[in-house]
Structure formats: structure tokens, C-alpha cells
Design a protein around this ligand. Sequence first.
Ligand SMILES: [Zn+2]
Length: 398
Amino acid sequence: MTSIVFTGIAELVTNDSLLEGADHSESLGLLAEAAVVVEDGLIAWVGPAAQAPPADGQQDVGGRAVIPGFVDSHSHLVFAGDRSREFAARMTGVRYDGGGISATVSATRSAGDDELRGLLAARVAEMRAQGTSTVEIKSGYGLNVQDEVRALRIAAEFTSETTFLGAHVVPPEFADRRSDYVDLVIGEMLAACAPHARWIDVFCEPNSPHAFTEDEARLVLSAGRDAGLGLRLHGNQLGHGPGVRLAVELGAASVDHCTFLSAEDVAQLAAAADSTVATLLPGVEFSTRSPYPDARHLLDAGVSVALATDCNPGTCYSSSIPFVLALAVREMGMTPAEALFAATAGSAKALRRGDIGVIRVGNRSDLTVVEAPSYMHLFYRPGVPIARSLDPAGRHRR
Ligand SMILES: [Zn+2]
């Protein structure tokens, strides 16, 4: 057992509402001139630097801010191919309708295991270099039994938060046989994928001809639940629809996008705030030139809100939580404190994880350092790479 005490923390964001002596004026549980002791990958002590207990080693972070590692609770990182031309077309006015996903499906099916693994490793490393310590990774570019299982197996080498998304879109070969594809997803494909997944997800979007209806989505999620998987849902992205209603009805951990919501949707999310999180993905609205979700309205109504990247080759090829934070504050009316909480403790809640997102004794020692004396610089200096994960050995990575 080796312990390390981190000192020289000018400002520590804990998200711990019970931490004695912290500033609780916002949700961040801020502690000035703090120290954190880490032992065997867990947090062993948090408090004022002057009271820090001795440890086997010491690391001075040099007057910087430390925050909980970002939790990116929504990504699609297992893919091959390039859709930059589709992005360019959208920037000149072509609308997104979910159709480009099939281009990624054919590139991903053609890629070898090592190629996919290498691409995924590079994307996860890119996230860590920007301060993300936990990432959820979905399948959904295989869309047949063999390639969905392969995506999940490779994703599981990098995270325990793997999500089976066989119901991403109806693949072209099933275009005239939608119900046959749903039967495959909830039958043979689910049986093969469930051992490699923690979650099941579905793109429930009646406004896209490629995605799934309310009835189809209910079938998929119910079958996933019966197979022991937790539930997530892509909903209300392209227009008003049944996604939020279905997520709340089935007790999903998260309903993601939430761009187009009715008053009834917001009321349902507020009533379900303990169990179902609204995960906002503003990088998608940025990259598809769409209106942003009304985060201010959701927060004021009492909805649990998370922020994530949705990093994917079509609608948002950014792995950067700091970019998402900047959008949340600049475009969606969130305060910096609300945005940072949503991308750490909020997204941990969206994954039903109590051991990450909050810096408290017993939790995982996922710490991110900010090259500045205050977390506020994450917002004050958009586009500047000032957040990075501390590695598990506790060294301050440069
Ligand atoms: Zn997504």
C-alpha cells in the first residue's frame, strides 16, 4: 500500500455537499488551500492542507485547481471511417436526419480488430488528456450480431461503462423489414451482447426515418431490462417525441439530448429527478447547427442535468468536455458551477455511480488538475487545453 498526499491545491472542487469547512454557496463544495490523500486508487483524506496527515509520498500541484475527473456519460467511440464531408455539407445548410450513420457502419464492419482497438485507444487517450477519467462507450456501428459483440468486447477493454446500442438505426439491409431487425436486436443480438454490456440504449426518434418508434423502443428497452441491463435512451433530439415519456415510464437512468421538450416532458423529468437524468449534449447542436436545449429551464424546474460529449463521427466529433462546458455556459444559460457539476457529479448520477464525480473519502481517486488557480479558468479560457487527468499513479501529467 502506498499513499500520496497532493498539496499545493489552490482550489479544490469536491462536489461534496457535506464537506466541513467548504464553501457551499454553489453546489461545488469548494475548499481553498486544500490537500487530498490518495491510497490504492481511492481517496483516503480530504481537507485543509495545514491539517493533512503524513503519507508515503507527496506531490505538490503548484497552486493549481483540482476538480473531480470529468465523467463523459455518452460517447460512440468504436468506429472507423471519416464523415468530415458530411459535416462540411451541414455547415452549408444540409439538415441532419440520422442517415449518415450507415456510412460509419460499413467502414466499421470492414475494419480489423486491431485497427478498431487502435482508433479507440487514441480517442480514450485524447479524452484523458483533456481531463476525462470515466467514459461510457456505446456500440451501434456494427448492427449485426458479430460486429456489435466485437464493438462491446473491444470497448470493455477500456471501460466498465459499455452500452449495447444495436437499436441505433435500422441498417440498410433491413430497410424494408424493420420488424425483423427489431426481432434480431431483442433476440440473438441481445443474447450475444448482454454479457459484454452494462447498459442498453435505443435511438427513439420518430422524426428520423432511420431510428426507432416509441413501440419499437419500448420492446428494445424491456428486453434489455429482462436481460439484466440498465436502461438509457436517445430521445427528443430532432423534434418533439415520446423519448422522455418512455424513459421516465421505464425508469431509465438517463434520457439523452432533450433538445425538444414539452412542458409535460419537463414536469415528468422533474418528478423523476432522483432516478432519470436529462443528459444534454450541446456539442451536437453546435456541430449540426441546431437550437440548444433549454438547460436553464430544466435546472429551474428541478430536473437532474448531466453534460457529455456524444463524441461520434457524424454529429459531434469532439471528445472535449471543456468545449461542452463552454457551450453550456455561453449558449444554454448554465452557470459555470452548474456546468462543472453536471459534467462530473451529474454525469456520474446518469451512470448510477456513487464512487466517481465527487471527491470524498472512499471514492475513486479520479482527479483532474486545471492549469490555473481556479476552476473558473475552464470557462474564462475556452479552447485552451488547461485540464488534464492525473494518472492512477498520482503523477501530475504534463
Ligand atoms: Zn449518441
